[in-house]
Design a protein around this ligand. Structure first.
Ligand SMILES: CC(C)(COP(=O)(O)OP(=O)(O)OC[C@H]1O[C@@H](n2cnc3c(N)ncnc32)[C@H](O)[C@@H]1OP(=O)(O)O)[C@@H](O)C(=O)NCCC(=O)NCCS
Length: 107
């Protein structure tokens, strides 16, 4: 699932959760879902996607530590697990703390 979030005044996407039925795992479904999501996000005008999770997994889909972009988490988490993906190559630089959709209950 991708939801809208804010970094400063800019709208970004947050990827969470990502889930594949156990019987279909390790067949490339998860990475395919992410890549297809990025294509739809690109066509919809989004510049960045943010994820909190396993660095070993999400780097396979192109995610990098978010602090490389100047994007910070709103909670305490190891830098390597808070990642961002630049959906649009020409997306403007953005900096700041991520504000999740209110439904996540993160203040
Ligand atoms: C994590 C999850 C979505 C991965 O989906 P998947 O369809 O099994 O993953 P893929 O087949 O696309 O994986 C591609 C690669 O990532 C690797 N991989 C899969 N799960 C991994 C994990 N948990 N950690 C690190 N690497 C992982 C695979 O071995 C594969 O590597 P390879 O290309 O070198 O062979 C799935 O295991 C799942 O639903 N887990 C339970 C929910 C969860 O933890 N979601 C993530 C946090 S919200």
């Amino acid at each position: 699932m991708f939801t809208g979030a804010k970094v400063g005044g800019d709208t970004v996407l947050v990827l969470a959760p990502l889930s594949v039925l156990p019987g279909y795992q390790r067949k490339g479904v998860g990475i395919s879902l992410i890549k297809e999501g990025h294509k739809i996000a690109d066509a919809s005008g989004y510049g960045y996607s943010i994820v909190l999770g396993s660095q070993g997994y999400y780097q396979k889909a192109g995610y990098l530590p978010a602090d490389q972009f100047g994007i910070k988490p709103p909670f305490d988490v190891p830098d390597e697990n808070f990642m961002a993906y630049k959906i649009k190559e020409d997306a403007s630089d953005i900096h700041g703390i991520v504000t999740y959709a209110k439904e996540f209950g993160i203040d």
